[in-house]
Design a protein around this ligand. Structure first.
Ligand SMILES: NC(=O)c1ccc[n+]([C@@H]2O[C@H](COP(=O)([O-])OP(=O)(O)OC[C@H]3O[C@@H](n4cnc5c(N)ncnc54)[C@H](O)[C@@H]3O)[C@@H](O)[C@H]2O)c1
Ligand SMILES: O=C(O)C(=O)C[C@@H](O)[C@H](O)[C@H](O)COP(=O)(O)O
Ligand SMILES: [Zn+2]
Length: 358
């Protein structure tokens, strides 16, 4: 298979294909004499191999294993890595490599963004969700006890390598969760994604087939186009947050026992229900959300958590302005607008709709 090169404006390229990992030594800049490669426990062996491939000449490569999944995205973990960078004398020509899922690349990007006020980061996503979303676009961050991704920085990578071969070892549940962000791109910007999923949901989630690579390329292209136009989320970029207001509330209330992608699936149904109640979205398109997501094995209901806690978490969403909750909503497929300050009765009714038994 050929390697596709998807540019993010003129800032950097996202390479997508099989065997792309072999490009890592070439994309780490030559003047980086120190590299910190961070990875989750699940990828320890592969990380050591990558580190060996990066050691050349007088370059030193540190390898740091992070706590798995969301436990990596804490101030403590970031502080431990800052200490390692300081002890090893990392300078502004040195580089961080994030090798893992979205949790790893968010943390790697955040550490790179904050060390010396910003050193370069190369992102090597190893989950579907990381490839189509987290590693692209320069949003980096950690969680705090008050909520999800509340501390972070916009810090673009110098390159993103999406090696589809890495998906071979990804647990099925994590692969499916990643498809939620792909479907998101379908609803907000690229209806062809929804057609491909609808035509053959099994093929869409087959890491060995040809449909999944096409979905990855399309989702990356959506993200690349949006972040190239609005890196710092002054307006357009908010569309990538479709479904995330309720999703982040679920994740927080459930103490990060829910996969991000699963929460986004439910979050999209929630906001579709909300848009319908506001008179913006037709009932058949709300049903379409449930149909597409269910066909892939994604959840569309959430029963649990106290409504008051979910609402409080939603108020801390970054799209909120003052006391005004703001949602990215659809009026049609690929027609996005904002819903500001919906009635509390509608917010609650949409919650009742996603928590109702079928
Ligand atoms: N910065 C952004 O723009 C952005 C976008 C979307 C999501 N995110 C963030 O991404 C995170 C979710 O990312 P995720 O879904 O990749 O989860 P994750 O990083 O927690 O990874 C999921 C699991 O897969 C394992 N894993 C990773 N690669 C593997 C592989 N190749 N083989 C076997 N196991 C592997 C990990 O160890 C982990 O247990 C959330 O924190 C979310 O907030 C950020
Ligand atoms: O890139 C973006 O912008 C997104 O919103 C993509 C989301 O899928 C992602 O989960 C992001 O981390 C959420 O951002 P946040 O600003 O709501 O923390
Ligand atoms: Zn997301």
């Amino acid at each position: 298979m050929t390697i596709d090169r998807i540019p993010v404006g003129s800032a950097y390229d996202v390479l997508v294909g099989r065997g792309v990992l072999a490009q890592l030594p070439a994309v780490v800049p030559d003047d980086a004499t120190r590299v910190l490669l961070v990875h989750p426990p699940t990828l320890a062996h592969r990380a050591d191999e990558l580190a060996a491939a990066l050691r050349a000449g007088d370059r030193s490569v540190l390898v740091a294993q992070l706590p798995d999944a969301e436990a990596a995205k804490t101030a403590d973990v970031a502080a431990r890595l800052w200490s390692r960078l300081g002890e090893a004398g990392f300078t502004r020509t040195d580089v961080v490599v994030g090798f893992g899922g979205g949790a790893t690349t968010d943390l790697a990007g955040f550490v790179a963004a904050t060390w010396l006020r910003g050193i370069r980061v190369v992102q090597v996503p190893t989950t579907l969700l990381g490839m189509v979303d987290a590693a692209v676009g320069g949003k980096t961050g950690i969680n705090t006890p008050e909520g999800k991704n509340l501390v972070g920085a916009f810090h673009e990578p110098v390159a993103v390598l999406c090696d589809l071969d890495l998906l071979a070892t990804l647990p099925r549940a994590d692969l499916v969760a990643g498809l939620a962000e792909v479907v998101k791109c379908g609803f907000i910007a690229d209806p062809r994604i929804l057609e491909l999923v609808t035509a053959d949901p099994a093929a869409a989630s087959d890491p060995d087939g040809e449909v999944l690579p096409e979905l990855v390329r399309r989702a990356v292209a959506v993200k690349a186009r949006v972040v190239a136009a609005d890196l710092k989320e002054s307006s357009l970029r908010e569309i990538l947050n479709y479904g995330h207001t309720f999703a982040h509330a679920i994740e927080q209330v459930e103490h990060y026992t829910w996969r991000h992608g699963d929460a986004v699936a439910v979050g999209m149904v929630y906001v579709a229900e909300l848009a319908h109640r506001a008179g913006l979205l037709a009932a058949h398109l709300v049903a379409e959300h449930r149909r597409v997501l269910t066909s892939l094995g994604l959840p569309t209901t959430y029963r649990g958590g106290r409504w008051e806690d979910l609402l409080a978490a939603m108020r801390r969403d970054k799209k909120t302005r003052g006391d005004l909750l703001r949602f990215v909503v659809l009026t049609d497929v690929a027609a996005v607008t904002r819903l500001e300050g919906p009635a509390e009765s509608d917010l609650r009714a949409a919650y009742d709709a996603v928590s109702a038994t079928d």
